[in-house]
Design a binder for this molecule. Structure first.
Ligand code: GLC
Ligand code: GLC
Length: 814
């Protein structure tokens, strides 16, 4: 069953039924001001940092799950009836409900008793504000007297404190209302230079800023007393819960439409221009007033919306494909790229499943996110790389995360994840391959943000690699530390106390537990660094890396191979994990995926064997599970992985993030059918038809899908913020379709299904547009290329020497 449909020509997903299995959300904003918006207008907004600069309040795990948001109410003054055109919060029986989630905007509309309403929500580029553009149309035969109410609840900035520190917070709330604009200025009197505002394009007949006056003390958003009464009360909040509500009266003749714009925004004043007059407590508004005035103007708002459209046309235009598979086209051309923007911006901080207070930007996660993002806005990828590297520790180690607002690393969710540093090499390498901007390697970057500690970025990469080599275990494999990619494989933790965090509980500084996964990551990252070193003219260094890689490769073969597949790890007692010998958790996906992705065992059949075992033991109709059999009980020596019930999360769910590693491994083996088959199994668009089972949004990937051992096999969870976005994008575009960036040119090496007759693609790469047409003339994936009609040797297309800006590439597969 479906709850909507893809409108590919408008690049929208149109939800036609408001009660989707879970709230289906979208993101507003893609630079500094962000919002989450659900298909029924739920959600919240923040500036840069979902924890430290939250503009509006949101209660997670609410009942119903998604309640509180950008709510508009309409009230018919004749019948006294009121309703929300977004269905929530009043949940009337609407006609023609639809929610169009588009690229950076959402439009929600419906009709009720002859009154049509539609609201467009978006964040203009380069502004710290959001626009709600409401259009109300009277489809009745008689004139209608309607009041439109728009409401938000302010958060007192620090979302964590806001949800806990009531003894203080119920006293601090302050607002100011001036010329129809509601200013939220809690704590502005002292250490904050920022405030929020909520404005309306039309003269209002009332406002409220005290939540209790608007809702009534014993009511909720579904039944606000002031809306019911048909008149807001002009309340001024003193402490308690400041909110913003506006009321506008409309008289609409039959067929007549009217438009109102509401603007919710964030503004920061220079410290010496906080107040006007200077020593008063009145906000100085000289900088913000023109911004507000600008966007309350319909034509300016319209222009900003057009600009947003063109922005996305440009971003998506960088890579477009035309394959025989509609789901592939849709995901690559629109939604997967779009999701990569969200993961780049949010890392794992703010979604419906990440509360915005727990996790900032992850070191490991953000580096991986670059794989799917770097081609879109390389300059921002560059900035991100430098920010991440600046949090790196002098040892080469890494904080696991940093807060986006302060850009400082912290140990809030642990440290000593021994895979972390290597991802920096992967991220930087992706950037270099995309841009050819070698200057980044010479950028001075500090360690642990300490001024004076700067070295060129290149040295950070050297230290990353060294970090692993300095931490090898008894088998010559990397020590795992707190955990590797699998945060839940906690081999040095031994937690037996309820409530302890597996991520932060003091770790034994173990010298035994080793990770085959990190070994594979080392081989991959090491060869990337070796290529970089070689091209930098550092031949000796490059050779040393190659020797170290060869040694690691040998250690994996000798101690990391279990006969039919790659082992996963050794625990603190030196016992194997992911082996025939284990009762549970005999085979894991991570080592099969990453070893083959890194090219280990490609030549001598190990890779093939490992992937055949993956297919045999781990692949299901809904995707590939993490391990088999799942852990049926808690193992002190394994940690959090065994804390999840079988089939969920790291304990044998389909962790969509790692499925692409297997796809890439298959592609490297030239098995395009298998690679694409795995791609299709977890493709959200393909899964749209089973939305009742899948439950999450059909236009973006979720982190996990319940595995075959779970009672809810096939049910997705944790949509949006997952490395799945970048890895799937990377796997399909660079390995299956095979349009791959390399340090010196664009490689064309598809590994596509046998039945495909071919495909077309356009790729902008380092200022040149490549128009690529691939045709099949045999069943294999051997390619012969012509560039503008002339055959070339090999599969790398170099930038045209004569400065041409467009190139036609034809590839014949045999
Ligand atoms: C989550 C984390 C990621 C980790 C994965 C597996 O997605 O964000 O860093 O690798 O879980 O545990
Ligand atoms: C939990 C999750 C894991 C995530 C980690 C982040 O362990 O299972 O997926 O990476 O938290 O802290």
């Amino acid at each position: 069953m479906k709850f909507g449909y893809f409108d590919d020509s408008n690049r929208e997903y149109v939800i036609t039924q408001p009660d989707t299995p879970l709230p289906w959300i979208n993101y507003l904003g893609c630079q500094a001001y962000f919002g989450i918006i659900s298909n029924t207008a739920g959600g919240y907004s923040f500036y840069r940092d979902a924890r430290l600069r939250r503009l509006t309040r949101y209660r997670y795990n609410n009942v119903p799950m998604d309640f509180g948001g950008r709510y508009i109410y309409l009230r018919d003054h004749e019948s006294s009836q009121f309703w929300s055109p977004s269905w929530q919060p009043t949940r009337n029986n609407l006609e023609n409900y639809r929610c169009r989630h588009g690229l950076g905007y959402t439009i929600i509309g419906s009709a009720y008793q002859g009154i049509e309403a539609e609201t467009l929500y978006f964040v203009p580029l380069d502004e710290n504000l959001e626009i709600w553009q409401l259009t109300v149309t009277n489809r009745r035969a008689t004139t209608a007297q309607i009041s439109a109410f728009a409401s938000i609840e302010f958060c007192l900035w620090d979302a964590q404190d806001d949800a806990t520190n009531f003894q203080r917070n119920f006293n601090t709330g302050e607002v100011q209302v001036e010329k129809g604009v509601i200013y939220h200025k809690t704590e502005y009197r002292e250490r904050r230079c920022h405030f929020a505002y909520f404005a309306c394009s039309r003269p209002t007949v009332g406002f409220d800023t005290q939540r209790e006056a608007f809702l009534g003390p014993y009511r909720g958003w579904d039944n606000p007393v002031a809306v019911e009464a048909g008149q807001l009360t002009n309340s001024i909040a003193h402490g308690w819960s400041p909110m913003g509500a506006h009321q506008v009266k409309l008289t609409l003749a039959p067929g007549q439409s009217d438009q109102i714009i509401f603007v919710l925004g964030y503004h920061e004043n220079p410290p010496d221009e906080k107040f006007d007059p200077p020593r008063s407590q009145t906000i100085d508004k000289k900088h913000v007033r023109p911004v507000i005035a600008k966007y309350l103007d319909c034509s300016q708002a319209g222009a900003a919306f057009d600009r947003l459209h063109r922005y996305w046309d440009g971003l998506l235009g960088i890579f477009q494909v035309d394959t025989p598979c509609v789901h592939t086209n849709r995901m690559v051309n629109i939604w997967n790229a779009y999701q990569c923007m969200a993961t780049f911006n949010m890392s794992r901080s703010a979604s419906l499943y990440e509360s915005g207070i727990g996790r900032g930007l992850g070191f490991r996660d953000s580096n991986q996110d670059l794989l799917g993002f770097v081609h879109m806005v390389p300059s921002r990828a560059r900035e991100r790389i430098l920010d991440l590297a600046a949090t790196q520790l002098p040892t080469g180690g890494a904080y696991h995360q940093y807060q986006p607002l302060t850009k400082r690393g912290n140990n809030d969710i642990g440290s000593g994840f021994n895979d972390d540093p290597l991802w920096l090499i992967v991220g930087v390498s992706a950037y270099l391959k995309e841009t050819g901007d070698w200057s980044i390697l010479d950028e001075p970057v500090p360690y642990d943000n300490q001024p004076g500690s700067e070295t060129p970025l290149y040295e950070h990469l050297q230290r990353s690699l060294r970090y692993t080599l300095n931490r090898l275990g008894p088998h010559g494999l990397p020590l795992i530390g707190r955990a590797d990619w699998n945060d839940c494989l906690n081999l040095n933790c031994f937690s037996d106390t309820p409530g302890q965090s597996f991520q932060t509980t003091t770790n034994k500084d173990g010298k035994v537990a080793e990770s085959v996964f990190i070994a594979a990551l080392f081989v991959q990252a090491g060869s990337e660094l070796a290529s970089i070193a070689a091209l930098r003219g550092l031949a000796t260094e490059a050779d040393r890396y190659l020797a170290e890689i060869a040694q690691m490769d040998a250690a994996v073969r000798e101690h990391g191979w279990d006969g039919e597949w790659f082992l996963r790890a050794y625990d603190d007692a030196g016992a194997k994990i992911g082996s025939q010998q284990c009762d549970e958790g005999k085979i894991f996906i991570e080592s099969q995926g990453f070893c083959t992705l890194a090219g280990i065992g490609l030549e001598d059949g190990l890779a093939e064997k490992a992937l055949d075992s993956t297919r045999k033991y781990l692949a299901t109709e809904h995707g590939i599970v993490v391990q088999q059999p799942p852990y049926s009980r808690y193992y002190l020596n394994l940690g959090e992985i065994s804390s999840y019930p079988p089939g969920y999360k790291e304990n044998a769910s389909i962790f969509c993030h790692v499925n692409p590693w297997v796809m890439i491994g298959e592609a490297r083996l030239g098995r395009g059918d298998y690679a694409f088959d795995y791609y299709a199994r977890i493709n959200p668009s393909k899964r749209e038809e089973i939305s009742e089972t899948h439950r999450c949004e059909p236009y973006v990937y979720a982190q996990t899908i319940a595995g075959k051992d779970a009672p809810t096999f096939g049910e997705a969870k944790n949509s949006w913020l997952t490395g799945t976005a970048a890895w799937n994008y990377y796997a399909i575009s660079q390995w299956i379709l095979g349009i791959r960036t390399t340090l010196d040119g664009l490689c064309i090496a598809p590994a596509i299904p046998k039945q495909w007759r071919g495909f077309k693609a356009t790729r902008e790469f380092r200022g040149v547009v490549y128009r690529i047409a691939i045709e099949r003339s045999g069943e294999g994936n051997r390619i012969a290329l012509t560039v503008d009609g002339l055959p070339i040797a090999g599969n790398i297309v170099y930038p045209p020497a004569d400065g041409r800006k467009e190139v036609n590439v034809r590839g014949i597969l045999t």
